[in-house]
Design a protein around this ligand. Sequence first.
Ligand code: GDP
Ligand code: IMO
Ligand code: MG
Length: 408
Amino acid sequence: MNITVIGAQWGDEGKGKIVDYLAADAQIIVRFSGGANAGHTIVIGNEQFALHLVPSGVLYPDKRVILGSGMVIDPEALFDELAMLESRGINWNDRVFISDRAHLVLPRYREMDRQMEAARKRPIGTTGRGIGLAYSMKASRDGVRLADLSDEDRLVNLEEKDIEYIKKWRGRLLALAIDLPSFLYNHKNNYTLFEGAQGALLDLDSGTYPFVSSGMSGAAGAAAQGGIGPRKIDRVLGVFKAYSTRVGNGPFPSEFDEHSQSSLCQFIRDTGREYGVTTGRPRRCGYLDLVALRYACLVNSIDSLVLTHLDVYDTLDDFEACVAYKVNGKLLEYFPAGIGDLAKAEPVLRKFKGWNKAVKHTRAYEELPMEAREYIAFIEEYCETPVDIVSVGYERSDTIVRKSPWTR
Ligand code: GDP
Ligand code: IMO
Ligand code: MG
């Protein structure tokens, strides 16, 4: 059985926590997009792990994890991360693999990423990890895949210093290389999770272009870039927070306030620990944007939603969610492509009652406060998609499963 897990907002929805949780019942986890721009956090007891490139199932001793064909891999970042895991007692030998169709991030891509940002009048706010460059090189057919590393003929167009760099890493990279489609075919009876990075609204095609990342972070990426055909995916899960966050620039209609000075923004940021895992940047915060979430469900065929960070709202008397936009005085109930429209969009807000109760230790859905269940029921109705899992804290065990995605 194959399940795809994507972020349904602008990233950092808690994909790492959810993939780690669901991985208990899987044998294989494939990360299908992005690179070291991602930061996926997993908390188990007193231990916290921040993963950038290695898929989130790696903390279990017996799961096989694969960096998929759609990823762009910075070898230094990867082997630093693997060394970090090893130093913390995670033995990854013989169970971390890389698709030989995955592309490399070369050091000059990182430099160019930073230079291009500095030259932009309206910077994107990239993570500076060379991600956009790696995907541009791939699209312009000047990229380097793992499969090319031992083929001297494929390297002739590169600069001398690129070749030196490649030679330095090639042995270690090729030791982990696999042909992903045949690997998945040979393990077709396994339970496999396809782990997305970034989020639906950072997807190159469906996101808030140009304020997006450059990979396929939507559900389609799992098939195109995970090494499997689209009809083999049994279920798509979309992870979203009880509120919204965004790192970097770009439109954010339900943002609390442009300069993040409001007490509500400060409260959410502190309570939800809303600081970037990769860059440490404070995240911009806002109410849940249901217009955007419904759009994410629609364009990604999300079968069921996973709500995280419900606990962050525990102490609020009331809160709001965005149910439509007003653009130039006109009501808009869909997510527009135009950045100008989104930037101008004023959120139409609906009020919800808070529950004033800690939900962290709740494990049965029926035991959640009535007000929390009413909020969830509204989201389900608005998005025409069930919320099957609710996360009530950052630890692995702080999870309520209404319906396991593994049951057919
Ligand atoms: P990802 O990129 O989607 O994996 O998310 P990040 O790891 O970047 O950010 C999510 C943050 O929220 C991390 O610090 C997680 O430990 C934390 N987290 C995940 N789920 C929950 C939850 O339900 N409640 C709270 N309070 N924190 C959560
Ligand atoms: P995870 O997987 C949140 C954002 C950057 C920037 C834009 C482009 O942890 O959810 P890039 O370096 O990719 O060219 O930057 O995308 N971004 C993310 N925001 N979570 C992420 O990943 C992100 N990966 C990229 O902040 O706005
Ligand atoms: Mg993250």
